[in-house]
Write a protein that binds this ligand. Structure first.
Ligand code: ADP
Ligand code: ZN
Length: 190
């Protein structure tokens, strides 16, 4: 894929859970490091699945990251030496993340964002759709459907092992919530 040198631009990697978004983000950032570029990585504070200070993929790769409360915190943490900004779980950021990504790219920074394109209902998720629209490079990647083995494009939410209903509350006390990757055909929203 063509990547301009010394120009800012936005790359977005999207797909369902388990599609390898974090893996791909980490791969790109590690390669930028090998190229001796100054990188910094952010993730939303709410996502502390595995580690507060790292982006960690399901396969175990990781890279150091800073957990921030709001998109504009990025401005407090970068300086003129930064050449590449990585952002994981971009769907959980506020809408400011779009203008900030554009502003950073305009200033010559390579912005690489990864996140969910759809929520468990199969609907566009947070700021991701608009970010896709303004990005130079978009990669939409698939996981493997846990039901039929075909490419999975959706995240299936399960409550106590059963497909979640459209308006199930985000947090259900006492219930076991889990997610799996599914294709369009196997994805169920009751
Ligand atoms: P994402 O950030 O998109 O949730 P990760 O990069 O964290 O994905 O993890 C991707 C890894 O998850 C794969 O390389 C594979 O090892 C593992 N994995 C687990 N379940 C699945 C699945 N259903 N489809 C594809 N990969 C899966
Ligand atoms: Zn399927």
């Amino acid at each position: 894929m063509y990547r301009p040198i010394n120009h800012g631009y936005i790359e977005v990697v999207v797909g369902p859970m388990y599609s390898g978004k974090s893996e791909e983000l980490i791969r790109r950032l590690k390669r930028a490091k090998i190229a001796k570029q100054n990188i910094i990585v952010f993730k939303p504070h709410i996502d502390d699945r595995y580690s507060k200070n790292d982006v960690v993929s399901h396969s175990g790769d990781s890279i150091n990251a800073i957990a921030i409360e709001k998109a504009s915190d990025i401005y407090d943490l970068i300086d003129d030496s930064i050449q590449v900004v990585g952002i994981d779980e971009v769907q959980f950021f506020d809408k400011d993340i779009i203008d900030i990504a554009v502003d950073l790219a305009n200033k010559g920074i390579r912005v690489i964002a990864a996140g969910l394109d759809m929520d468990f209902k199969g609907e566009p998720f947070g700021p991701t759709p608009e970010l896709l629209a303004v990005a130079e490079f978009v990669d939409k990647i698939q996981a493997i459907c846990s039901v039929c083995g075909q490419p999975a494009t959706r995240s299936q939410r399960l409550i106590d092992g059963q497909p979640a209903k459209y308006d199930d509350p985000i947090i259900q006390v006492g219930a076991v919530e889990s997610y799996e990757a599914r294709c369009r055909k196997c994805h169920v929203v009751k």
